[in-house]
Design a protein around this ligand. Structure first.
Ligand SMILES: *[C@@H]1O[C@H](CO)[C@@H](O)[C@H](O)[C@H]1NC(C)=O
Ligand SMILES: *[C@@H]1O[C@H](CO)[C@@H](O)[C@H](O)[C@H]1NC(C)=O
Ligand SMILES: *[C@@H]1O[C@H](CO)[C@@H](O)[C@H](O)[C@H]1NC(C)=O
Ligand SMILES: *[C@@H]1O[C@H](CO)[C@@H](O)[C@H](O)[C@H]1NC(C)=O
Length: 824
């Protein structure tokens, strides 16, 4: 008995007690750690000890947390599903070199199994947050990788810098993140995130066995579906896939920064947090899945998710919904089926799709040394191969990845998407598969044909009078005139309109539109309307009227002004719209008093509305439409301050493949027109994006681009914004209520930044509207804009302003057509 008690005394003496100046960072055999004392890593960053989450102080867990931050964030737990219910709890290192966790009656709650026995073992908490067991006799270097055991091999819900997420193929050992069951129960929850060992490996998040998110395969630079994973100031990352290991890992760029990746069971998300020292709180950096389109296989097989579309799911070209009824009810899980079956050896080819997150790689095959040509040939030769692409996009791209079975879980990515060649029967591929010889002949024939047409056209043109000429110019742009004929739109009779507007009385006049006056009216049923009346004297007006009727009747979107119908009787031509009580945007943003009514969140709401409306015109409507005259006075506001784009008199309709057109008649409004349009008459969706950028800057800054004056330089508003932004003084552009502004600094800066991206000199540098929406709403870093168009001084000879303020009675005839290039 005496011997035993003596033994106990010795052990107690050896026991680790935190000393005032320097806490221990390791325990050795016969030493132990009791609840109440802790180990602190050498650099003081991490602490290991017992903690009890939630309200029951008697449930003890052994864990590791950041010593340096006041909010305890447990990053690792040893006995996750077996708390010590009866303290004291004891951690000790037994004679064979295993860590053992003991409860009150010396029952073993948790223990480690080492890969080998150690002569002189020590368990040490490193400053990386790794708790390691090593043999002090064999390796004196405490950072050696030859640990007998390490906590980094058994992640809980947190991936610390330097931890590996993935597989050791030599041992079959796998490291995954598992969420806590709840915030006060660290036992393994249902949410699991890990790398899956497909031939083309990718990271997958599951709830139980249900897949809820996949990252897309590693393409050499990042996960295919994670464009936000790019070089950044915070951390660098690495993915290794070789015969021995397959894993993802990251390191922080600056040792004094604290950032972790956590699997959050409450919100079913993988989240990266950064510790903000000044504010003593964690800040969310990114959260995956990001949006609805990240939901695993939302659109089913061969469906593609496009986040800014409505509905978000579409079938790939050449495919149609498998069960249209369900599909139309937004149940997309059945996916899409081919319009025409594959013919396998007897005439298949590949259609290339771009901008994608690559499909699920469960049934994939990768060869990193093949090139794309070999890849195509091999895929073509195997009937069950449905798609192929480069497996690695670094440099020009290399390697070969092939898919077998249905293609699942694809989405369109506005930036950083990849191309995928999908097997299609020849009949779906159209002219893509003519032989070279056939192709040359076809091209030659087309060239001759167009030569004749162009020569003929020029001859005709010379003969025609200018007025007819302009009419043809517009009409030629409707690919088929049938569109005009099958217009089905409600028609109002003249009498009811005359009645509604008190016979077009002057006090009902709201202003002057593109081709004539606009009146307010009230129909018999009480509905308020705006009537756009074509003035008899307007020659150009006839065309614009027709143009507007043709287009607007087919467009419907909550951010476009609602068209109610038209009235054509005798010489009268009128368009009837819903009435907008809040008039147009220019009334507010350029007016100091009224501007105060538009607080920042309203402005932001309006910006989004305009962007969505424009996206609809460019992409989502049945027609592809370029507005060509987007400006503050053409954005109307309803009584809830929703933005509605109006005035389609100058809009142009595009074929789905056409992206740019040329006009000899440059029409639009100075201050909003893109340089390539003013100078070369080239217009495209990117010239609308330019106008949107100008408008965005105007809304944020509250000043007109055109007519902007600054005492110290001769720049226009864009130039001024660009200069201040480059100098890091962009906030000086905004003069709102200081409190209001200070609450919205990040969004305001983001809007200015996006505005500058939209007004870049080169059309190809400008984002398209779907990217604009994403850039406005995301939190990631934005690309750097290049110099904006028209940034240099205004030309000394200025053309008078051709603005058309729809609702301002104006003495001018509002000829917004600018034809100075006609003479060229
Ligand atoms: C130790 O206590 C626990 C809980 O009270 C009990 O389940 C276990 O059987 C005990 N072990 C021994 C060895 O007595
Ligand atoms: C790391 O961050 C600290 C604090 O933010 C800063 O003072 C230091 O300059 C940074 N070091 C490097 C190498 O960037
Ligand atoms: C989980 O996410 C929710 C919502 O984003 C957040 O409030 C909570 O703090 C997160 N939990 C953890 C453990 O980070
Ligand atoms: C086609 O590829 C699959 C998957 O790699 C393979 O199992 C099958 O044998 C191949 N078929 C032919 C005919 O090569």
């Amino acid at each position: 008995m005496a011997i035993i008690s003596l033994l106990f005394v010795t052990i107690e003496l050896l026991c680790v007690f935190p000393k005032p100046n320097r806490a221990a960072d390791a325990i050795r055999p016969t030493q132990f750690l009791r609840n109440g004392s802790t180990l602190v890593s050498n650099g003081g960053r991490f602490e290991l000890g017992f903690f009890s989450p939630g309200s029951n102080p008697n449930r003890l867990y052994l864990g590791i947390w950041y010593k340096t931050i006041p909010v305890r964030r447990v990053v690792w737990v040893a006995n996750r599903d077996k708390p010590i219910e009866h303290p004291p709890a004891t951690l000790t290192l037994n004679g064979t070199g295993s860590l053992v966790l003991l409860g009150r009656n010396q029952s073993v709650v948790w223990s480690t199994i080492s890969s080998k026995e150690a002569a002189n073992p020590a368990a040490q908490l490193l400053d990386t947050g790794n708790f390691v067991l090593r043999d002090e006799q064999r390796d004196t270097n405490s950072y050696s990788a030859n640990f007998l055991w390490q906590s980094f091999d058994y992640p809980s819900d947190t991936l610390l810098p330097g931890m590996k997420l993935g597989w050791d193929l030599r041992t079959g050992f796998v490291r995954r993140l598992t969420s806590w069951k709840s915030s006060d129960d660290p036992s393994p929850g249902e949410l699991i995130y890990g790398v899956e060992l497909h031939s083309y490996p990718e990271a997958v998040m599951r709830r139980g066995s249900t897949e809820i998110y996949r990252s897309g395969p590693w393409n050499g630079l990042r996960y295919s579906g994670a464009p936000e994973l790019r070089p950044n100031p915070l951390f660098h990352f690495e993915f290794n896939a070789n015969l021995e290991e397959v894993y993802y890992t990251y390191q922080l760029n600056n040792d004094s920064v604290i950032s972790i990746l956590v699997l959050n069971g409450t919100s079913s998300a993988g989240q990266r947090y950064i510790w903000i020292e000044d504010q003593k709180r964690w800040n969310l950096y990114v959260s995956l899945p990001r949006d609805n389109c990240d939901t695993y296989s939302l659109c089913g097989a061969y469906g593609i998710c496009v986040i800014n579309e409505s509905p978000v799911c579409q079938c790939l070209k050449g495919f149609t919904p498998k069960s249209p009824g369900k599909w139309n009810n937004m149940n997309w899980s059945q996916g899409c089926a081919r319009n025409k079956p594959l013919k396998c050896g007897k005439g298949d080819g590949f259609a290339k799709f771009d901008g994608l997150k690559l499909p699920d790689t469960t049934h994939s095959w990768v060869n990193r040394s093949m090139n794309l040509k070999e890849c195509r040939a091999m895929c073509l030769a195997n009937c069950s191969c449905v798609a192929y692409t480069k497996s690695d996009i670094r440099g020009g791209g290399s390697g070969c990845a092939m898919w077998f079975g249905d293609l699942m879980d694809m989405r369109q990515l506005p930036i950083g998407g990849q191309e995928l060649c999908i097997r299609m029967p020849d009949s779906e591929l159209g002219a893509n598969h003519f032989s070279m010889k056939q192709l040359v002949i076809i091209v030659a024939v087309i060239a001759v044909y167009f030569g004749i047409i162009i020569v003929g056209y020029c001859i005709c043109r010379r003969r025609r009078k200018t007025k007819e000429n302009a009419e043809n110019d517009i009409r030629n742009n409707y690919n088929n005139e049938r569109q005009e004929r099958d217009l089905e739109m409600p028609s109002f009779d003249l009498a009811s309109i005359v009645n509604a507007t008190s016979n077009f009385s002057v006090d009902k006049k709201l202003g002057e539109g593109g081709f004539g006056p606009v009146y307010k009216g009230v129909l018999l049923d009480g509905q308020e309307i705006a009537v756009k009346r074509l003035s008899m004297s307007s020659g150009q007006g006839v065309n614009e009227f027709k143009n507007e009727v043709t287009l607007i009747a087919k467009l419907q979107h909550r951010n476009l002004v609602k068209f109610l119908g038209c009235c054509i009787e005798g010489d009268e031509r009128m368009l009837i719209y819903e009435y907008m009580p809040n008039k147009s945007l220019d009334f507010f943003i350029f007016d100091e008093t009224k501007g105060k009514l538009l607080d920042w969140s309203k402005r932001y709401h309006i910006i989004f509305g305009i962007a969505r409306g424009l996206l609809y015109l460019h992409q989502d409507s049945r027609l592809r439409i370029i507005h060509r005259d987007l400006k503050a006075s053409n954005v109307l506001l309803d009584n809830e301050m929703n933005a509605k784009i109006s005035d389609f008199g100058l809009a142009r309709c595009f074929g789905s493949s056409q992206t740019m057109a040329n006009t000899i008649r440059v029409v639009g409004t100075y201050g909003y027109m893109a340089p390539e349009y003013v100078v070369d008459g080239l217009f495209s969706i990117k010239s609308d994006v330019f106008s949107f950028g100008v408008l965005l800057l105007e809304i944020v800054i509250g000043k007109k681009n055109r007519g902007f004056y600054h005492s110290s330089h001769n720049l226009n508003l864009i130039g001024h914004a660009w200069r201040l932004w480059k100098e890091g003084r962009a906030l000086e552009l905004v003069n709102g209520e200081p409190y209001e502004v200070s609450c919205h600094v990040p969004t305001i800066l983001r809007c200015i930044h996006v505005g500058l991206l939209c007004v870049q000199q080169q059309p190809e540098d400008r984002p398209n509207m779907s990217s604009v929406l994403l850039l406005l709403s995301s939190e990631g870093t934005l690309p750097q804009p290049n110099q904006p168009g028209f940034f240099v001084d205004r030309s000394p000879v200025e053309v008078a302003e051709y603005s058309s303020n729809k609702y301002t009675p104006s003495s001018s005839t509002n000829d917004i057509t600018i034809t100075h290039l006609e003479a060229r």
